[in-house]
Design a protein around this ligand. Sequence first.
Ligand SMILES: [Zn+2]
Length: 477
Amino acid sequence: MKKTIVWTFVGVLFCVYVGYAFSQTLADIYIQANKPLVSSTELASTPAATPEATETVSHNNITPTPEAIETESPEAVLPALPACESTDVPGIRHIVLDEGARSLHLPETDSLEVNEQVRNIVFTRAAEHTDGLFFASRYSLYRYNDQLVGFAFTFTACDADSSLTETKVLMTYDLLGGRAVAPDELFAPAFDFAAATAAVLDAVHTVDFTSLVFDTAQAVFLSNNEDGTCDEVMVPLSAYGDNWQADAYLLRYYGHEESSPSDEPAAPSGEGKYLAITFDDGPESTHTARLLDGLAEHDAKATFFVLGHRLGKTADLIERMVNEGHSVGSHTYSHVNLTAVAKETIAYQLDETNMLLKNITGQEVLLLRPPYGNRNAQVAEMAAERGMSLILWSVDPQDWKMRDARQTADHIIARAKDGEIILLHDIYASSVDGALLAVKELTAQGYTFVTVDELLDMNGGRVTGGIYRTGKGTVSK
Ligand SMILES: [Zn+2]
Protein backbone atom coordinates (compact mmCIF):
# COMPACT_ATOMS: atom_id res chain seq x y z
CA MET A 1 0.00 0.00 0.00
CA LYS A 2 2.49 2.59 1.11
CA LYS A 3 5.44 3.24 -1.14
CA THR A 4 8.63 1.90 0.31
CA ILE A 5 11.84 3.11 -1.20
CA VAL A 6 14.90 1.06 -0.53
CA TRP A 7 18.46 1.81 -1.41
CA THR A 8 21.31 -0.49 -0.70
CA PHE A 9 24.80 0.93 -0.57
CA VAL A 10 28.21 -0.34 0.23
CA GLY A 11 29.50 3.17 0.77
CA VAL A 12 29.40 4.11 4.39
CA LEU A 13 29.58 7.84 3.86
CA PHE A 14 26.50 7.89 1.71
CA CYS A 15 24.68 5.92 4.33
CA VAL A 16 25.68 8.45 6.91
CA TYR A 17 24.75 11.39 4.72
CA VAL A 18 21.37 10.12 3.68
CA GLY A 19 20.72 8.99 7.20
CA TYR A 20 20.63 12.61 8.11
CA ALA A 21 18.83 13.99 5.14
CA PHE A 22 15.56 12.86 6.66
CA SER A 23 15.59 15.43 9.37
CA GLN A 24 15.15 18.23 6.84
CA THR A 25 11.48 17.47 6.54
CA LEU A 26 10.77 17.62 10.25
CA ALA A 27 8.25 20.18 11.30
CA ASP A 28 10.24 23.17 12.42
CA ILE A 29 8.50 23.38 15.73
CA TYR A 30 9.71 19.94 16.60
CA ILE A 31 13.23 20.00 15.32
CA GLN A 32 13.83 23.21 17.21
CA ALA A 33 12.46 21.72 20.36
CA ASN A 34 14.62 18.63 20.21
CA LYS A 35 18.33 18.28 20.24
CA PRO A 36 19.40 16.78 16.94
CA LEU A 37 20.59 13.25 17.44
CA VAL A 38 24.00 14.04 16.06
CA SER A 39 25.30 16.16 13.22
CA SER A 40 26.43 14.58 9.99
CA THR A 41 30.04 15.48 10.74
CA GLU A 42 29.81 13.89 14.16
CA LEU A 43 28.22 10.86 12.61
CA ALA A 44 31.23 10.21 10.43
CA SER A 45 33.20 9.46 13.57
CA THR A 46 30.34 8.40 15.82
CA PRO A 47 28.67 5.46 14.24
CA ALA A 48 26.78 4.45 17.32
CA ALA A 49 24.70 7.47 16.43
CA THR A 50 23.74 8.72 19.81
CA PRO A 51 24.71 11.98 21.42
CA GLU A 52 26.00 10.00 24.36
CA ALA A 53 28.27 7.85 22.23
CA THR A 54 31.56 9.66 22.39
CA GLU A 55 33.83 6.76 21.61
CA THR A 56 35.44 7.20 18.24
CA VAL A 57 35.62 4.07 16.18
CA SER A 58 35.75 3.42 12.51
CA HIS A 59 32.39 2.88 10.98
CA ASN A 60 33.44 -0.38 9.41
CA ASN A 61 34.43 -1.84 12.75
CA ILE A 62 31.41 -0.75 14.65
CA THR A 63 30.13 -2.91 17.42
CA PRO A 64 26.48 -2.24 17.84
CA THR A 65 25.55 -0.81 21.19
CA PRO A 66 23.60 -3.11 23.52
CA GLU A 67 20.45 -1.22 22.64
CA ALA A 68 20.98 -1.80 18.97
CA ILE A 69 21.12 -5.57 19.24
CA GLU A 70 18.14 -6.07 21.44
CA THR A 71 15.81 -8.52 19.84
CA GLU A 72 12.67 -8.13 21.90
CA SER A 73 9.58 -6.81 20.29
CA PRO A 74 9.52 -3.03 20.29
CA GLU A 75 6.67 -3.12 22.76
CA ALA A 76 8.85 -5.11 25.15
CA VAL A 77 11.75 -2.74 24.68
CA LEU A 78 9.50 0.28 25.01
CA PRO A 79 6.84 -0.77 27.50
CA ALA A 80 5.37 2.65 28.01
CA LEU A 81 5.65 6.04 26.46
CA PRO A 82 7.63 8.42 28.64
CA ALA A 83 6.75 11.95 29.44
CA CYS A 84 6.20 13.90 26.29
CA GLU A 85 6.67 17.47 25.29
CA SER A 86 3.82 19.78 24.57
CA THR A 87 3.85 21.53 21.24
CA ASP A 88 2.36 24.73 19.95
CA VAL A 89 -0.31 22.67 18.27
CA PRO A 90 -3.46 22.02 20.32
CA GLY A 91 -4.04 18.36 21.03
CA ILE A 92 -0.65 17.19 19.73
CA ARG A 93 2.27 16.26 21.90
CA HIS A 94 5.71 15.14 20.87
CA ILE A 95 7.27 11.96 22.20
CA VAL A 96 10.98 11.26 22.09
CA LEU A 97 12.32 7.78 22.64
CA ASP A 98 16.05 7.96 22.09
CA GLU A 99 17.78 4.77 23.09
CA GLY A 100 21.24 3.98 21.87
CA ALA A 101 21.16 3.61 18.12
CA ARG A 102 17.41 3.91 17.99
CA SER A 103 15.72 7.25 17.92
CA LEU A 104 11.96 7.27 17.76
CA HIS A 105 10.10 10.53 17.55
CA LEU A 106 6.36 10.24 17.30
CA PRO A 107 3.27 12.35 17.90
CA GLU A 108 0.68 11.73 20.56
CA THR A 109 -2.88 13.04 20.33
CA ASP A 110 -5.99 13.07 22.50
CA SER A 111 -7.36 10.11 20.54
CA LEU A 112 -6.40 6.71 21.92
CA GLU A 113 -7.28 5.11 18.57
CA VAL A 114 -5.02 7.42 16.65
CA ASN A 115 -2.23 6.95 19.16
CA GLU A 116 -2.51 3.21 18.78
CA GLN A 117 -2.35 3.44 15.01
CA VAL A 118 0.67 5.76 15.18
CA ARG A 119 2.47 3.45 17.58
CA ASN A 120 1.71 0.48 15.36
CA ILE A 121 3.19 2.23 12.36
CA VAL A 122 6.33 3.38 14.17
CA PHE A 123 6.99 0.31 16.30
CA THR A 124 6.40 -2.07 13.41
CA ARG A 125 9.12 -0.32 11.42
CA ALA A 126 11.42 -0.24 14.46
CA ALA A 127 10.92 -3.96 15.01
CA GLU A 128 12.12 -4.66 11.49
CA HIS A 129 15.49 -3.08 12.25
CA THR A 130 16.35 -4.15 15.78
CA ASP A 131 19.67 -5.66 14.71
CA GLY A 132 20.75 -2.65 12.67
CA LEU A 133 23.33 0.04 13.30
CA PHE A 134 20.84 2.81 13.37
CA PHE A 135 17.12 3.39 13.21
CA ALA A 136 15.29 6.67 13.38
CA SER A 137 11.69 7.71 12.99
CA ARG A 138 10.78 11.31 12.39
CA TYR A 139 7.63 12.99 11.32
CA SER A 140 6.35 16.24 9.93
CA LEU A 141 3.03 17.59 11.07
CA TYR A 142 0.44 18.81 8.61
CA ARG A 143 -2.52 20.51 10.22
CA TYR A 144 -5.77 21.50 8.56
CA ASN A 145 -7.55 22.35 11.79
CA ASP A 146 -7.77 20.99 15.33
CA GLN A 147 -9.51 17.90 14.03
CA LEU A 148 -7.80 16.92 10.78
CA VAL A 149 -4.06 16.45 11.16
CA GLY A 150 -1.55 14.56 9.07
CA PHE A 151 1.75 12.99 9.92
CA ALA A 152 4.42 12.39 7.30
CA PHE A 153 6.58 9.71 8.89
CA THR A 154 10.10 9.07 7.68
CA PHE A 155 11.88 5.94 8.85
CA THR A 156 15.59 5.71 8.28
CA ALA A 157 17.48 2.54 9.00
CA CYS A 158 21.12 1.67 8.54
CA ASP A 159 21.20 -2.07 8.82
CA ALA A 160 24.05 -4.29 9.96
CA ASP A 161 25.32 -4.69 6.40
CA SER A 162 25.42 -0.90 6.03
CA SER A 163 22.45 -0.95 3.71
CA LEU A 164 20.22 2.02 4.12
CA THR A 165 16.47 1.93 4.01
CA GLU A 166 14.26 4.94 3.94
CA THR A 167 10.53 4.47 4.20
CA LYS A 168 7.92 7.16 4.16
CA VAL A 169 4.34 6.86 5.31
CA LEU A 170 1.72 9.59 5.07
CA MET A 171 -1.29 9.40 7.35
CA THR A 172 -4.17 11.79 7.86
CA TYR A 173 -6.23 11.39 11.01
CA ASP A 174 -9.55 12.62 12.22
CA LEU A 175 -8.79 13.25 15.88
CA LEU A 176 -12.43 13.64 16.79
CA GLY A 177 -13.53 10.41 15.14
CA GLY A 178 -10.34 8.60 16.17
CA ARG A 179 -9.81 7.29 12.65
CA ALA A 180 -7.56 7.47 9.63
CA VAL A 181 -8.95 9.43 6.70
CA ALA A 182 -8.50 8.12 3.15
CA PRO A 183 -7.83 10.52 0.26
CA ASP A 184 -11.11 9.79 -1.48
CA GLU A 185 -13.00 11.03 1.61
CA LEU A 186 -11.54 14.48 1.03
CA PHE A 187 -12.62 15.05 -2.57
CA ALA A 188 -15.97 15.38 -4.28
CA PRO A 189 -17.49 11.91 -4.77
CA ALA A 190 -16.98 11.41 -8.52
CA PHE A 191 -13.83 13.51 -8.80
CA ASP A 192 -10.70 11.87 -10.23
CA PHE A 193 -8.20 13.46 -7.88
CA ALA A 194 -5.39 11.24 -9.16
CA ALA A 195 -5.80 12.60 -12.70
CA ALA A 196 -6.09 16.15 -11.43
CA THR A 197 -2.96 15.71 -9.33
CA ALA A 198 -0.98 14.14 -12.15
CA ALA A 199 -2.01 17.02 -14.40
CA VAL A 200 -0.26 19.58 -12.22
CA LEU A 201 2.89 17.53 -11.66
CA ASP A 202 5.68 16.91 -14.11
CA ALA A 203 5.89 13.49 -15.68
CA VAL A 204 8.91 12.48 -13.60
CA HIS A 205 6.77 11.84 -10.59
CA THR A 206 4.98 8.56 -10.12
CA VAL A 207 2.62 9.40 -7.33
CA ASP A 208 1.12 7.07 -4.76
CA PHE A 209 -2.52 8.08 -4.48
CA THR A 210 -3.38 5.80 -1.57
CA SER A 211 -2.43 8.35 1.08
CA LEU A 212 -1.90 12.04 1.56
CA VAL A 213 -1.45 14.69 4.21
CA PHE A 214 -2.52 18.29 3.93
CA ASP A 215 -2.71 21.66 5.57
CA THR A 216 -4.84 24.64 4.68
CA ALA A 217 -2.85 25.41 1.52
CA GLN A 218 -1.53 22.20 0.06
CA ALA A 219 -1.92 18.47 -0.24
CA VAL A 220 1.18 16.31 -0.05
CA PHE A 221 1.58 12.97 -1.77
CA LEU A 222 4.50 10.58 -1.94
CA SER A 223 6.25 10.06 -5.23
CA ASN A 224 8.60 7.34 -6.33
CA ASN A 225 11.12 8.95 -8.63
CA GLU A 226 12.87 7.34 -11.58
CA ASP A 227 16.28 7.82 -9.98
CA GLY A 228 15.22 5.80 -6.97
CA THR A 229 14.71 8.70 -4.59
CA CYS A 230 11.50 9.51 -2.84
CA ASP A 231 9.84 12.87 -2.60
CA GLU A 232 6.99 14.47 -0.83
CA VAL A 233 5.12 16.19 -3.65
CA MET A 234 3.12 19.30 -2.85
CA VAL A 235 -0.01 20.20 -4.75
CA PRO A 236 -1.82 23.47 -3.96
CA LEU A 237 -5.37 22.81 -2.86
CA SER A 238 -6.47 25.49 -5.33
CA ALA A 239 -5.63 23.02 -8.10
CA TYR A 240 -8.71 21.04 -7.09
CA GLY A 241 -11.16 23.94 -6.93
CA ASP A 242 -14.47 22.99 -5.37
CA ASN A 243 -13.57 19.32 -5.61
CA TRP A 244 -11.39 19.70 -2.50
CA GLN A 245 -13.89 18.88 0.21
CA ALA A 246 -12.18 18.57 3.57
CA ASP A 247 -14.79 20.96 4.96
CA ALA A 248 -17.53 18.78 3.53
CA TYR A 249 -15.94 15.82 5.31
CA LEU A 250 -16.17 17.70 8.60
CA LEU A 251 -19.77 18.68 7.98
CA ARG A 252 -20.72 15.19 6.84
CA TYR A 253 -19.44 13.52 9.97
CA TYR A 254 -19.71 16.17 12.61
CA GLY A 255 -21.52 19.24 11.45
CA HIS A 256 -25.14 18.28 11.38
CA GLU A 257 -26.10 18.72 14.96
CA GLU A 258 -29.69 19.64 14.37
CA SER A 259 -31.07 23.04 15.19
CA SER A 260 -34.00 23.03 17.48
CA PRO A 261 -37.25 24.70 16.44
CA SER A 262 -37.18 26.62 19.70
CA ASP A 263 -33.87 28.17 18.74
CA GLU A 264 -35.27 31.64 18.22
CA PRO A 265 -34.49 34.99 19.82
CA ALA A 266 -35.84 35.12 23.34
CA ALA A 267 -38.55 37.42 24.52
CA PRO A 268 -37.57 39.26 27.69
CA SER A 269 -38.38 37.08 30.64
CA GLY A 270 -39.28 38.00 34.16
CA GLU A 271 -38.59 34.51 35.53
CA GLY A 272 -35.47 33.16 37.13
CA LYS A 273 -32.27 33.58 35.23
CA TYR A 274 -30.58 30.20 35.03
CA LEU A 275 -28.79 28.84 31.98
CA ALA A 276 -27.02 25.56 31.25
CA ILE A 277 -24.03 25.90 28.96
CA THR A 278 -22.88 22.59 27.50
CA PHE A 279 -19.80 21.49 25.57
CA ASP A 280 -19.63 18.52 23.22
CA ASP A 281 -16.84 16.54 21.57
CA GLY A 282 -14.03 17.10 24.11
CA PRO A 283 -12.14 17.04 26.28
CA GLU A 284 -9.35 18.65 24.31
CA SER A 285 -6.15 19.16 26.25
CA THR A 286 -5.54 22.82 25.42
CA HIS A 287 -8.93 24.38 24.79
CA THR A 288 -10.83 22.57 27.55
CA ALA A 289 -8.24 23.50 30.15
CA ARG A 290 -8.47 27.13 29.13
CA LEU A 291 -12.25 26.96 29.23
CA LEU A 292 -12.17 25.59 32.78
CA ASP A 293 -9.90 28.45 33.82
CA GLY A 294 -12.33 30.97 32.36
CA LEU A 295 -15.44 29.37 33.86
CA ALA A 296 -13.78 29.39 37.28
CA GLU A 297 -13.12 33.11 36.95
CA HIS A 298 -16.85 33.76 36.54
CA ASP A 299 -17.96 31.03 38.96
CA ALA A 300 -19.96 29.53 36.07
CA LYS A 301 -20.83 25.82 36.01
CA ALA A 302 -21.06 23.89 32.76
CA THR A 303 -21.91 20.42 31.50
CA PHE A 304 -19.44 18.52 29.37
CA PHE A 305 -20.61 15.79 27.00
CA VAL A 306 -17.38 13.97 26.35
CA LEU A 307 -16.22 11.32 23.91
CA GLY A 308 -15.04 8.08 25.50
CA HIS A 309 -12.17 7.64 23.10
CA ARG A 310 -10.61 10.89 24.25
CA LEU A 311 -10.51 9.97 27.92
CA GLY A 312 -7.23 8.07 28.00
CA LYS A 313 -5.19 11.26 27.92
CA THR A 314 -7.67 13.67 29.42
CA ALA A 315 -8.66 12.01 32.69
CA ASP A 316 -7.09 14.92 34.58
CA LEU A 317 -9.49 17.29 32.86
CA ILE A 318 -12.48 15.14 33.84
CA GLU A 319 -11.29 15.13 37.45
CA ARG A 320 -10.91 18.86 37.29
CA MET A 321 -14.44 19.30 35.90
CA VAL A 322 -15.95 17.30 38.74
CA ASN A 323 -13.80 18.95 41.40
CA GLU A 324 -14.80 22.39 40.15
CA GLY A 325 -18.53 21.66 40.23
CA HIS A 326 -19.21 20.92 36.59
CA SER A 327 -21.24 17.99 35.32
CA VAL A 328 -19.92 15.32 32.97
CA GLY A 329 -22.13 13.38 30.57
CA SER A 330 -21.60 11.03 27.65
CA HIS A 331 -21.43 11.96 23.97
CA THR A 332 -20.80 8.26 23.11
CA TYR A 333 -17.43 6.58 22.71
CA SER A 334 -16.59 7.64 19.16
CA HIS A 335 -19.29 10.08 18.06
CA VAL A 336 -21.48 7.63 16.18
CA ASN A 337 -24.97 8.32 14.89
CA LEU A 338 -26.85 6.11 17.34
CA THR A 339 -29.84 5.80 15.00
CA ALA A 340 -27.69 4.23 12.28
CA VAL A 341 -25.90 1.44 14.13
CA ALA A 342 -26.76 -1.98 15.57
CA LYS A 343 -28.08 -2.38 19.09
CA GLU A 344 -24.79 -3.97 20.18
CA THR A 345 -22.93 -0.92 18.93
CA ILE A 346 -25.22 1.41 20.83
CA ALA A 347 -24.61 -0.66 23.96
CA TYR A 348 -20.85 -0.51 23.48
CA GLN A 349 -20.88 3.22 22.76
CA LEU A 350 -22.80 3.88 25.97
CA ASP A 351 -21.29 1.28 28.29
CA GLU A 352 -17.65 1.80 27.39
CA THR A 353 -17.89 5.55 27.88
CA ASN A 354 -19.85 5.21 31.12
CA MET A 355 -17.30 2.72 32.45
CA LEU A 356 -14.35 4.95 31.57
CA LEU A 357 -16.02 7.98 33.15
CA LYS A 358 -17.02 6.11 36.28
CA ASN A 359 -13.45 4.89 36.66
CA ILE A 360 -12.34 8.50 36.75
CA THR A 361 -15.13 10.16 38.73
CA GLY A 362 -16.57 7.29 40.77
CA GLN A 363 -20.01 8.51 39.72
CA GLU A 364 -22.72 7.02 37.51
CA VAL A 365 -23.13 8.77 34.18
CA LEU A 366 -26.72 9.95 33.90
CA LEU A 367 -26.72 12.37 30.99
CA LEU A 368 -26.40 11.42 27.33
CA ARG A 369 -26.12 13.81 24.46
CA PRO A 370 -26.59 11.71 21.33
CA PRO A 371 -24.28 12.84 18.50
CA TYR A 372 -26.07 15.07 15.97
CA GLY A 373 -29.02 15.06 18.37
CA ASN A 374 -30.09 11.84 16.65
CA ARG A 375 -32.28 9.55 18.75
CA ASN A 376 -35.17 7.16 18.31
CA ALA A 377 -37.23 4.94 20.57
CA GLN A 378 -34.46 2.34 20.80
CA VAL A 379 -31.84 4.89 21.79
CA ALA A 380 -34.15 6.42 24.39
CA GLU A 381 -35.00 2.99 25.77
CA MET A 382 -31.37 1.90 26.01
CA ALA A 383 -30.48 5.16 27.71
CA ALA A 384 -33.34 4.64 30.17
CA GLU A 385 -32.12 1.10 30.92
CA ARG A 386 -28.87 2.70 32.04
CA GLY A 387 -30.60 5.32 34.17
CA MET A 388 -29.74 8.04 31.68
CA SER A 389 -31.67 10.93 30.16
CA LEU A 390 -31.17 12.45 26.71
CA ILE A 391 -30.11 16.07 26.77
CA LEU A 392 -30.62 18.05 23.57
CA TRP A 393 -30.39 21.83 23.40
CA SER A 394 -32.40 24.95 22.70
CA VAL A 395 -29.68 27.43 21.72
CA ASP A 396 -27.28 26.46 18.95
CA PRO A 397 -24.81 29.13 17.81
CA GLN A 398 -23.32 26.68 15.28
CA ASP A 399 -19.92 27.51 16.69
CA TRP A 400 -18.30 24.62 14.81
CA LYS A 401 -19.28 26.35 11.57
CA MET A 402 -18.88 30.02 12.48
CA ARG A 403 -15.53 29.69 14.24
CA ASP A 404 -16.03 33.27 15.33
CA ALA A 405 -15.99 34.07 19.04
CA ARG A 406 -18.00 37.31 18.83
CA GLN A 407 -20.71 35.82 16.60
CA THR A 408 -20.95 32.80 18.88
CA ALA A 409 -21.31 35.00 21.95
CA ASP A 410 -23.83 37.31 20.30
CA HIS A 411 -26.02 34.37 19.27
CA ILE A 412 -26.09 33.07 22.82
CA ILE A 413 -26.68 36.47 24.40
CA ALA A 414 -29.56 37.25 22.02
CA ARG A 415 -31.35 34.01 22.91
CA ALA A 416 -30.62 33.73 26.62
CA LYS A 417 -33.64 33.16 28.81
CA ASP A 418 -34.33 31.14 31.91
CA GLY A 419 -34.00 27.39 31.40
CA GLU A 420 -32.20 27.37 28.04
CA ILE A 421 -29.60 24.73 27.24
CA ILE A 422 -26.77 26.09 25.10
CA LEU A 423 -24.80 23.84 22.71
CA LEU A 424 -21.10 24.50 22.14
CA HIS A 425 -17.97 22.49 21.37
CA ASP A 426 -14.85 22.82 23.50
CA ILE A 427 -12.53 21.63 20.74
CA TYR A 428 -12.30 25.00 19.00
CA ALA A 429 -10.45 28.05 20.33
CA SER A 430 -13.17 30.33 18.95
CA SER A 431 -15.86 28.37 20.80
CA VAL A 432 -14.03 28.71 24.10
CA ASP A 433 -13.53 32.43 23.52
CA GLY A 434 -17.17 32.87 22.51
CA ALA A 435 -18.44 30.91 25.49
CA LEU A 436 -16.38 32.97 27.92
CA LEU A 437 -17.54 36.24 26.33
CA ALA A 438 -21.17 35.14 26.67
CA VAL A 439 -20.66 33.94 30.24
CA LYS A 440 -19.08 37.23 31.22
CA GLU A 441 -21.79 39.38 29.65
CA LEU A 442 -24.75 37.26 30.75
CA THR A 443 -23.38 37.02 34.29
CA ALA A 444 -23.30 40.81 34.30
CA GLN A 445 -26.97 40.73 33.21
CA GLY A 446 -27.81 38.64 36.27
CA TYR A 447 -27.81 35.15 34.79
CA THR A 448 -26.38 32.21 36.69
CA PHE A 449 -24.76 29.33 34.82
CA VAL A 450 -25.66 25.98 36.34
CA THR A 451 -25.15 22.36 35.28
CA VAL A 452 -27.87 20.54 33.36
CA ASP A 453 -28.59 18.43 36.46
CA GLU A 454 -29.06 21.54 38.57
CA LEU A 455 -31.28 23.13 35.92
CA LEU A 456 -33.50 20.02 35.80
CA ASP A 457 -33.62 19.88 39.61
CA MET A 458 -34.92 23.45 39.70
CA ASN A 459 -37.73 22.43 37.38
CA GLY A 460 -39.07 19.28 39.02
CA GLY A 461 -36.14 16.90 38.66
CA ARG A 462 -34.69 14.66 35.99
CA VAL A 463 -36.79 11.84 34.52
CA THR A 464 -34.89 8.69 33.58
CA GLY A 465 -35.23 8.13 29.84
CA GLY A 466 -36.60 11.64 29.42
CA ILE A 467 -35.59 13.79 26.47
CA TYR A 468 -34.87 17.43 27.24
CA ARG A 469 -34.32 20.42 25.00
CA THR A 470 -34.48 22.91 27.87
CA GLY A 471 -34.60 22.68 31.64
CA LYS A 472 -38.34 23.18 31.52
CA GLY A 473 -39.45 19.59 31.10
CA THR A 474 -39.26 16.65 28.73
CA VAL A 475 -40.25 16.65 25.10
CA SER A 476 -42.09 13.75 23.52
CA LYS A 477 -39.52 12.97 20.85
ZN1 LIG B 1 -20.75 16.11 18.76
